[in-house]
Design a protein. Structure first.
Lengths: 334, 334
DNA sequence: TTGTAAGCGTTATCAG
DNA sequence: CTGATAACGCTTACAA
């Protein structure tokens, strides 16, 4: 039923190799034959079968993407970028949503290998041993967004997390805060997350504010969880004078909880986020936050990946790209 | 380098057909041989090549998804559902972001056909002639979310749009509004969008409020555009006493503009949205909106599609599913 | 129950 | 420049 290269060949009175050649412009074909073949192709509305092609060329033009949560602002915007750039280079995206669960991530890692993707953009809150193992041995290049693997050279795109938390912490202290809660998305044993703590601590130290471990909360990436966390602070009568969440959603949730309980922002509590997703600007009061070049994070990662796929680039230090960040001041801080 | 069915066959001292049989359990294989083969498979860490398999079986286990804007809340949540359900049935997702542009949509429609997807979930603001043509002739089933094609039986999942806008309009009038701006995402020649107008008009009529064409705005799905629109109303001193946007993002943008210009919500202007995305609840004042079962929209569509792919279902009227909606009252209305 | 061989739709090698 | 023909890795009649 579906028409193949054979049909074209027969109708054009040439061999299938010739048809293949005009399709791929892989070898010279005389003008008259070329024209004839092209005509037949049009006439028959022939489209080469990508699967057959993949089989022999070992090229699928597929890029895998594993994300922790499609419906988050941050990931949505990154996906946007990945998709856009990939399409430019004629790559398609296979999307996998891991729900930030290790099991799922590992499953997808294998699934994508099986689907013969040519590369992978991996967004994970926590890179674990098994991940590293996989990435190290993977037959295709992998680029991480907002994470590093320090044990070996992995491709990675992110901002300077230490500097970013440093900047924000310093800023909040400058505006008069003395007890700044730090709400982090990941777990403390993640290098990336660790950088955030380092920046926070460095700023405290510089400003002679004592570091208090109990002000640091980990593993909060769900809105509900962040809300509950702040609720608990209020119940315990233990509300800091600033809350710095390393993701905007959590910061918004914190603001909601504070507002719902009669606190004034920023007078009673300053609130700061991370990412500068849409909602940071939309929400009232506007959220002071670290602006990341989210789209660029995705697009740079994808370009890097595709370059690597095509071996245009060697595995060297330039495989880690640090993008600029910016402190955006809005009404949630003084 | 990569290990194939041949390697397994050789090492297990059987033919490749036998190996194939144990992999697919397609025909009986004696216990001892089966065990031997399974052992070798494990030993060699063999994984069947999906591409080769696709070629012969004409089955890719791929579902295409075309969306207008990945980074919107609504689409993100739907994608979430699609991905989740698809994975349950062992299907993967090829993601295409059309930016709501007709050209892109058509391009992707062809691309997906070329990739031999087995089905398509199509989210488009505006189904046009070319789309219909394509869908009608497509070799694979297509399910639309929130759109219908009335010309022929297409699979479709949505809410009852007429009833939803009717409910909301009636509610706003009940709360005292007389001039209700209707801000719609799509264009007026779309059937789906048209239903929204019908519901709006019906409610007005029932409540003896005169219909005023100039209060209906079309083609507003970008936040910026909605903001500008309301800004214009304010400049023209032409602010209605209620704004009903058929998507939450636009409603939030409207609220922002009103708040920024000193208007009180809901005292001066009531605002209502559509979808009940995360932000409707997060924003302050909370947004009164039509709650759609967003996740279900995606999951039902995907299940329907997969069933159709497997021919479990005939093309009949049950191919159009209407999901329930709900009016959620929050502080943006009286 | 098992093996042989044809075929899925291409590209690529090698003669001519 | 063009055409056979052998891959690519797998499934599936058809035979044995």
């Amino acid at each position: 039923m579906t028409i193949t290269i054979k049909d074209v060949a027969k109708k054009a009175n040439v061999s299938i190799s010739t048809v293949s050649r005009v399709i791929n412009k892989s070898k010279p074909v005389s003008d008259d034959i070329r024209e004839r073949v092209e005509e037949v192709i049009k006439e028959l509305n022939y489209e080469p079968n990508q699967i057959a092609r993949s089989l022999v060329m070992k090229k699928t033009n597929l890029i895998g993407v594993i994300v922790p949560d499609i419906s988050s602002f941050f990931v949505g915007e990154i996906l946007n970028a990945i998709e856009q750039i990939a399409k430019v280079y004629n790559y398609d995206i296979i999307l996998c949503n891991s729900y930030a669960e290790r099991e799922q991530e590992l499953k997808y890692l294998n699934l994508l290998m099986n689907k013969h993707v040519e590369g992978l953009v991996f967004i994970s809150y926590k890179i674990q041993k098994e991940h590293k193992e996989f990435i190290k041995n993977a037959k295709f290049p992998v680029v991480l967004i907002n994470r590093f693997i320090k044990e070996f050279e992995s491709m990675s795109v992110s901002i300077d997390n230490e500097k970013a938390t440093y900047d924000m912490t310093k800023y909040l202290i400058g505006k008069g805060s003395k007890s700044i809660a730090l709400i982090r998305s990941g777990d403390s044993d993640d290098m990336f997350i660790n950088d955030q703590l380092l920046g926070y601590q460095k700023a405290l130290k510089e400003e002679s504010v004592e570091y208090n471990r109990s002000l640091v909360y980990d593993g909060i990436f769900k809105i509900e969880k962040a809300y509950k966390l702040v609720e608990k602070m209020i119940e315990d009568d233990n509300v800091p004078d600033a809350i710095f969440a390393t993701n905007d959603d959590a910061a918004i949730a914190a603001m909601n909880c504070l507002l719902d309980n009669g606190y004034k922002i920023p007078e009673d509590v300053q609130v700061a986020g991370f990412h500068d997703t849409q909602i940071a600007k939309l929400f009232r009061p506007g959220l002071t936050t670290i602006k990341q070049p989210i789209f660029d994070l995705g697009s740079v990662a994808t370009r890097m990946l595709i370059k690597k796929i095509n071996e245009d680039v060697e595995l060297n230090e330039s495989n880690v790209k640090i993008m600029p960040h910016e402190l955006i001041k809005r009404e949630s801080s003084k």
